[in-house]
Design a binder for this molecule. Structure first.
Ligand code: AMP
Length: 389
């Protein structure tokens, strides 16, 4: 996710810049001012409470803000990222935002501060008042809004300076110049962010071959638990012997074995653009572990793709594979194949359902030639990469 907060006094140009940014980066826009105006227009309890406060130019209490902001974030968790305008406006709200982002296993990338002197703000707001229809765009209220800004909102900058994610932009420049500065800042953020894909599908759906090809094509690191475990088996280590016994019984390898291997691979990867995970996470527990491992890299899951192949076709493919050098230890008997498919059904399907709620899962038709399926996956990856830029 790409999460950005636009900061600055009223009239700094946050709304104007937002229009462009949400389109360019495909972000979900959250303006607490707009949300409050919507509540007021709908004459809800919250709206009525906020109305008299907004009319004076004071800040609405944090308890009201937390309710409207949480409602909006929770309803839009599968978006590409959030653009916050007019939030956080108090030190408490900065903590609230941190908590909400943590809940989504993500964080704020940066807070972009549009620096505009007070008299310029007043001039712009009075000008806006001629057409905005906003009753708070008059001089008395504007002065109070700026007083509130100086007293309660400005200290928020220090919160983000301390975390090293506050970026300053000269807001007095033209709209285009400010936009260019902001896109440059976001560009740097995006170049830091990894593009992580989790690839699902039943055994035999082609995750391995497709994942490897896609990883190579887009400069991603293919991280598959199968080959890591196979390497242990081939080396004949103690771990390898344990893994082989589990494989032969069609069972999943326990987390105590898998997780340190994944952790090592993630730590070893240098200068990669992202990862394609295949065969991990396979259980709900592993999905939480992966969230944690990626969080440590300041990252999260970007895309979840499931390759779909009808069961009979899967069995046919696995049976065929058992006669080739690519034979997996669980491929060589029908009962083992069926057990392995059932294991996927009970343990991995709930992970896919969890991701469906959290990020959305794209289903890709796994039938047809290798190239056809590859093109379908590539299209999805490109959409993801584009929306990350
Ligand atoms: P805006 O549209 O962002 O200029 O907000 C208009 C008014 O809504 C402000 O003057 C505040 O009274 C109220 N408001 C908007 N966002 C917040 C917030 N995050 N915290 C407290 N009050 C807010």
């Amino acid at each position: 996710m790409l999460n950005i907060a636009l900061f600055g006094p009223p009239g700094a140009g946050k709304g104007t810049q937002s229009d462009y940014l949400i389109k360019r980066y495909n972000l979900f826009y959250i303006s607490t001012g707009d949300l409050l105006r919507k509540e007021m227009a709908g004459r809800s309890k919250l709206g009525l409470e906020a109305q008299s406060i907004i009319a004076t130019g004071s800040l609405v209490p944090d308890e009201i803000i937390v309710q409207i902001i949480e409602k909006t974030i929770v309803a839009n968790t599968s978006c590409n990222g959030f653009l916050f305008d007019g939030f956080p406006r108090t030190y408490i709200q900065a903590y609230i935002l941190e908590g909400l982002m943590l809940k989504l296993h993500t964080s704020l990338n940066c807070l972009i501060s549009l620096d505009v002197p007070e008299e310029e703000s007043v001039k712009r707001l009075l000008n806006r008042g001629l057409t905005s229809g906003r009753s708070d765009d008059n001089e008395t209220v504007i002065r109070n809004r700026l007083r509130e800004y100086n007293q309660k909102t400005l200290p928020v900058l220090q919160f983000y300076r301390d975390r090293g994610i506050c970026k300053d932009v000269d807001g007095t420049k033209s709209i285009e110049e400010v936009r260019a500065q902001i896109t440059q800042i976001i560009g740097v953020e995006l170049s830091k962010s990894l593009f992580n894909v989790v690839l699902f599908g039943y055994p035999g759906s082609g995750r391995g071959s497709q994942g490897r090809a896609i990883a190579q094509r887009y400069g991603l690191e293919f991280l598959a638990t199968g080959p890591m475990l196979d390497a242990e088996i081939k080396q004949g280590t103690e771990l390898g012997k344990r893994i082989l016994a589990l494989y032969e019984d069609g069972q999943l390898v326990p987390d105590e074995i898998v997780v340190p291997l994944i952790e090592r691979k993630l730590a070893e990867a240098k200068d990669v653009k992202g990862f394609i995970f295949k065969g991990f996470p396979r259980t709900l527990v592993q999905s939480y572990i992966l969230d944690g491992l990626l969080k440590r890299l300041g990252s999260s899951i970007s895309r979840v793709i499931e390759i779909e192949v009808p069961t009979l076709e899967l069995i046919r493919r696995l049976d065929e594979r058992s006669k080739t050098a690519a034979c997996m230890p669980y491929d060589n008997s029908t009962s083992k194949i069926v057990k392995r498919l059932a294991e996927h059904e009970t343990k991995t399907v709930p992970v896919i359902q969890k991701y469906q709620q959290q990020h959305g899962v794209t289903k890709v038709d796994g039938r047809g030639t290798f190239e056809e399926v590859s093109a379908r996956i590539a299209a999805e990856i490109e959409t993801g990469l584009k929306s990350q830029r």
